[in-house]
Design a binder for this molecule. Sequence first.
Ligand SMILES: Cc1cc2nc3c(=O)[nH]c(=O)nc-3n(C[C@H](O)[C@H](O)[C@H](O)COP(=O)(O)O)c2cc1C
Length: 304
Amino acid sequence: MQLSVQIGKLELKNPVIAASGTFGYGEEFAESFYEIAKLGAVVTKGISLEPRAGNEMPRVIETAAGMINAIGLANVGLHAFVSEKLPFLVKQRAVVIANILGSTVEEYAKVAEGLAPHEGVAAIELNISCPNVSCGGIAFGIDPKAAAGVTGAVRKAFPRTLIVKLSPQAASIPEMARAVESAGADAISLINTIPAMAIDAKARRPVLANVTGGLSGPAVKPIALRMVHEAACAVKIPVVGIGGIMTAEDAIEFMLAGATAVQVGTANFVAPMAAVEIVGGIEKWCRDEKVARVSDLVGALELP
Ligand SMILES: Cc1cc2nc3c(=O)[nH]c(=O)nc-3n(C[C@H](O)[C@H](O)[C@H](O)COP(=O)(O)O)c2cc1C
């Protein structure tokens, strides 16, 4: 049975990827839990040109069916990523996808330029969809023209695989998907978190210092499935499905909806072994269902 899938120029040994912001730079997982090279790939925490401290605490809260975070893109910055974090990931033989962010098109392009000489960065995932920062990010994620502009600039700066991560806040997912495809994206990933809020009734205050944050986990899965299906119908490039994937069966549902690969996010906080267990679960599911190649599942949904 064949588990490998193709995302742009990148062949992944299996379709399971650790999602940005939920796997750090891989260190904790590699040191305490499992060989991270067992995953199809690892997406890093979003990287900006300069280091960012992120938002005030508290910035994470558990909800009935997921979590809300307002980390605010805290990260070590481009320079420290390349000199301190990337060598570790390369040594672990992980396929590294660098998630990048910026406040302006120029800043995005500079981060991509800074990563381009480092072959250990197999792909870039362009985050135009973070809801928790006051400028940049989401501004690009809701306007097809702006999304195409930043995609084109990063495309020029980075020769290897370019994945653009879409926001669930866009008015039309098909329109956004087509815009970034025509600007040179090799693949699309979706969804990022959905703006949400938690309130402490007794204190009569919002729980998060940032007031609002991004909802992730099982609560967002049905929305993500619909959006992945819409995106996959709109473009020819591969789609990477994200949102509430906790089990192998969740992952298979996303593949049937049209995803070539999937990312596992919040599940990493709930059960640190989740992503690698999902790899095993997909393999077992395919054997039981007599599916020869996992890629045969992509978009195999039978519509009424
Ligand atoms: C704590 C936390 C931090 C995140 N940081 C980033 C980030 O830096 N860049 C990004 O593109 N997405 C980030 N995300 C979004 C996830 O990568 C993913 O798109 C989202 O959580 C939905 O998937 P899930 O339901 O499996 O968690 C973050 C999510 C969480 C929970």
